[in-house]
Write a protein that binds this ligand. Structure first.
Ligand SMILES: [Fe+2]
Length: 323
């Protein structure tokens, strides 16, 4: 039997073709069944939406097999969905999350130029969205800090990094490139054996040397995409450089590391600590910041790290929300 997944009615634009069949869940007594409501090749007309709203129905269903088609639809209609003020900021953020997560999954499964270019386009749209709409930025940041371990983690971290860079004065074009760089920075790992990447025990020196190649392999992936990258290249090559020169691949130190590279180093470690890994559990955001400050301060530009801690401060889940 087909498996069905819910989709928010607010993500479906009227007068568009969604590309996948939409079902309605009908319950009668103890039984429930899915009935076809709108075919994927038919226009989703406003009367169809009104009818659902009139019955207080806020979601439809798609089959699991059609999930990819639905995500493509979200991506293609991204601009109009995120600028639709009839959708609440919370719902819009949820839509941004689903589309972005799917995109990052595609990128890592198949890092060919099409997906690299899609990631860049999406990151630019995502930054425009958070710049245009303060409520959106706020709700994205709140979710990103509170849901520290979810399937949308890399998207959350890209959002945190972008909003942090905005808070220290990055301007629009640089922010777009920074967001796209954070989403792309580890793409070189797709060229490293999964046996090494997923190894549970301690890595041998040879295995660690292999892992250390991923910034340069990432540049190869970007080069093959044949589109212009600036900050993305800096972030990809410098995100493992340490402030004291002990990082890789080039052992750069202090101001030899570009500001975007320094931000990426902070974000990358924050990401690693707050994500469940094969060898360790995830830690909460503020425990991660303490660990970074107390045990890893040689890795970071400390002034920038302090800025980052101050930036996340208002979102500390230990604090009571402001009245
Ligand atoms: Fe990395």
């Amino acid at each position: 039997m087909a498996e069905y997944l819910p989709v928010d009615l607010s993500s479906l634009k009227t007068d568009t073709k969604v590309g996948c069949d939409l079902y309605l869940l009908v319950k009668s007594g103890a039984d429930s069944r899915y009935i076809l409501y709108c075919r994927g090749d038919a226009i989703f007309e406003s009367n169809k939406r009104e009818m659902l709203l009139g019955k207080n129905i806020s979601r439809l269903f798609i089959t699991k097999e059609d999930q990819q088609k639905y995500y493509e639809y979200l991506e293609n209609n991204f601009q109009s969905i995120i600028s639709d003020t009839s959708i609440s900021p919370g719902e819009r953020t949820k839509i941004v999350h689903s589309a972005a997560t799917n995109l990052v999954k595609d990128l890592f499964n198949d890092p060919r130029s099409g997906n690299v270019e899609r990631t860049k386009t999406f990151a630019y749209n995502m930054v425009d969205y958070v710049l245009k709409d303060n409520d959106a930025a706020h709700s994205l940041l709140k979710i990103a800090v509170h849901e520290y371990y979810t399937y949308t983690h890399s998207v959350n971290v890209a959002a945190v990094g972008t909003l942090f860079a905005k808070s220290i004065g990055f301007k629009n074009e640089d922010l777009r490139e920074l967001c796209s760089g954070i989403l792309l920075h580890d793409v070189g790992k797709t060229r490293i054996s999964t046996d090494i990447l997923n190894k549970k025990g301690k890595l041998t020196k040879e295995e660690f040397d292999e892992i250390k190649k991923h910034p340069e392999l990432g540049i190869e992936v970007l080069d093959e995409a044949d589109i212009e990258f600036k900050e993305e290249r800096i972030i990809t090559i410098q995100h493992h450089e340490n402030d004291d020169g002990t990082g890789y691949p080039h052992g750069l130190k202090k101001d030899e590391i570009h500001l975007s590279g320094k931000i990426a180093r902070i974000i990358d470690v924050y990401d690693a600590l707050t994500t469940k890994r094969t060898y360790a559990d995830a830690v909460r955001p503020f425990a991660a910041l303490v660990e970074m400050k107390e045990k890893m301060s040689n890795c970071f530009d400390n002034e920038l790290l302090m800025e980052f801690i101050r930036f996340l401060g208002p979102y500390d889940p230990r604090k009571k929300p402001r009245q």
